[in-house]
Design a protein around this ligand. Structure first.
Ligand code: 8IG
Length: 285
């Protein structure tokens, strides 16, 4: 039996923000970390990044935190981790990052509340910044598999929103230009692009990829946009970074495979992990 007093994402009369607060309380209890400064969602290819960031203080199974469940996608871990790291600011105390390895994808069909829950929990746990990473398809042939790209904006083609009710949330500068500038202090050569979220889980047809290009897209994927919207609503500053793991359908001659995605991620892992860790250390400069 579940505790009838506990807020529940499955109950439409319960506020998802209350479930996020319950999750944040449980995280404090299980990790011993009272306040998280920043949160990271690690997508395909980014799983090793946490090891570069700092010292792991605690690792919690997603199944032990309200509203979370271990993901069934190979290459995505079902844990939440607390990482202590040294800030780049002189004399600043150590910071704590919450690493969410348990993203729920929209294509899983579990609803937008689960998709947004990690982001909302990060805000409830004290984070003021969230770093959303993903693996995605690239529309620019010069972006070879393994290229990290800063997200400058998105186009949400899910026809859905994580926001319930008549709450009109502004999405100007959603992918913080301040944080993109911080990222470029680490690597001045980082390109930027517009991320197009499709529903998935199938990849696009070549015609859909041409459409994405025509409407102003540079990257195609199955996550991030809905999370970024929820992050803005929760008051988080967003940094989005994509790893181009494959050229989008029709841009390359070869068909897409999840194995190719995993391989590109593994190859790029150490490089992008070190990059991400350095960006995070500089964020509160
Ligand atoms: I990794 O080519 C990855 N995720 N929609 N298209 C979409 N999602 C992706 C792709 C891709 N590659």
């Amino acid at each position: 039996m579940t505790d009838s007093a506990a807020p529940d994402l499955d109950d439409p009369s319960h506020d998802p923000a209350d479930v996020a607060r319950a999750a944040a309380d449980r995280l404090r209890e299980l990790t011993g970390v009272e306040h998280f400064d920043i949160a990271l969602v690690l997508g395909s290819g980014w799983g090793g990044a946490a090891a570069h960031l700092g010292e792991q203080v605690a690792e919690v199974s997603a199944d032990d935190v309200p509203g979370f469940s271990a993901s069934g996608v190979p290459g995505h871990s079902g844990t939440l981790r607390a990482i202590r790291y040294a800030s780049d600011s002189a004399g600043a105390p150590d910071r704590h990052a919450l690493v969410l390895g348990a993203r729920t994808h929209y294509y899983e069909g579990k609803g937008v509340r689960l998709v947004a829950h990690g982001v909302r929990t990060a805000a409830a746990a004290g984070a003021s910044v969230i770093v959303l990473t993903n693996g995605c398809g690239g529309l620019r042939p010069e972006w070879r598999p393994g290229t990290p790209v800063l997200i400058s904006d998105h186009i949400n083609l899910t026809a859905d929103s994580p926001i319930e009710g008549a709450t009109f949330v502004d999405l100007t500068d959603l992918y913080s230009s301040r944080l993109r500038a911080v990222a470029r202090t680490v690597d001045a050569g980082l390109d930027e692009g517009v991320y197009v979220q499709f529903r998935g889980p199938h990849y696009e047809t070549p015609a859909e990829v041409r459409m994405a290009r025509t409407i102003g897209g540079d990257l195609v994927g199955m996550s991030t946009a809905l999370e970024a919207i929820a992050a803005r609503q929760a008051g988080l500053e967003v940094l989005g970074i994509s790893l181009v793991t494959n050229l989008a359908a029709g841009i390359s001659e070869t068909p897409l495979s999840h194995a190719e995605v995993i391989e590109a991620g593994q190859e790029a892992g150490p490089r992008i992990g070190a990059l991400l860790a350095e960006i995070v250390r500089r964020i509160d400069r």
